[in-house]
Design a protein around this ligand. Structure first.
Ligand SMILES: CC(C)(COP(=O)(O)OP(=O)(O)OC[C@H]1O[C@@H](n2cnc3c(N)ncnc32)[C@H](O)[C@@H]1OP(=O)(O)O)[C@@H](O)C(=O)NCCC(=O)NCCS
Length: 194
């Protein structure tokens, strides 16, 4: 066995190399685990543990155009419909929010101010490949905070029946009877900001 002048044997040198290889890999794996997810009940979900980029976008800006495309692709296209002039009317006076992934809009929400501290959230859409990864939740919470800062105290929205669990989880309560809109059953929901 080779023994160096400072007492290292060939074995300890090999062990040292081995550790030098393991430690960086371990750090990388730990980082990946932290950033990308958790394993729950046999279903892997990928949730970012770092802040998403959520911005307020200007009406008619390039980001607004991208958000319109997303709204069409997620909310109208699958129903064989288009966004109508009536739906777009007045959007210059509404607030537009977007979750950005690099330069792409991957989720969006519109807030329409109404009288006496009330705002309507509408047109919430998350890109299909990014749904169920926490983006909708983060976007909704962010928008709640922003409109609270602007002095609103109550939010209402018309939720698709299929999405009730999503809104209920975030503190929205159903009010009134269900109704039909864009061919789908909807439910009005309300949340008071404390
Ligand atoms: C509904 C929507 C906005 C939710 O955003 P999201 O980023 O996918 O939702 P999140 O990942 O934040 O979901 C959080 C929780 O809400 C619930 N949830 C979300 N989407 C749901 C759905 N479609 N049905 C039932 N529960 C849902 C789940 O409990 C989910 O937790 P889980 O993934 O651990 O089970 C998004 O899926 C979407 O754009 N859907 C298509 C368009 C649409 O229906 N828009 C709403 C119109 S009212």
């Amino acid at each position: 066995m080779f023994t160096s002048s400072d007492g290292f044997t060939q074995d300890t040198c090999l062990l040292g190399k081995h550790h030098r290889a393991i430690i960086p890999h371990g750090v990388v794996l730990l980082g990946l685990w932290y950033i990308t997810g958790r394993f729950d009940g046999g279903k892997t979900t990928f949730r970012r543990k770092y802040p998403m980029k959520i911005i307020e976008i200007e009406w008619c800006s390039p980001e607004y155009q991208s958000a319109l495309e997303l709204r069409h692709d997620v909310l109208r296209g699958p129903l064989g419909l288009k966004l109508t002039a009536e739906e777009l009317d007045g959007e210059h006076a509404q607030l537009h929010f977007a979750v950005m992934d690099k330069d792409e809009v991957v989720a969006t929400l519109v807030a329409r101010p109404e009288s006496s501290g009330v705002v309507q959230f509408r047109q919430m859409a998350v890109r299909p490949d990014q749904q169920r990864s926490g983006k909708g939740t983060e976007l909704l919470k962010h928008c709640e905070e922003k409109i609270r800062e602007k002095g609103f105290s109550e939010i209402h929205l018309n939720a698709r029946q299929t999405c009730l669990p999503f809104y209920e989880k975030l503190g929205y309560q159903p009010i009134g009877d269900e109704f039909e809109e864009v061919t789908l059953k909807h439910q009005k929901m309300v949340k008071k900001l404390s």
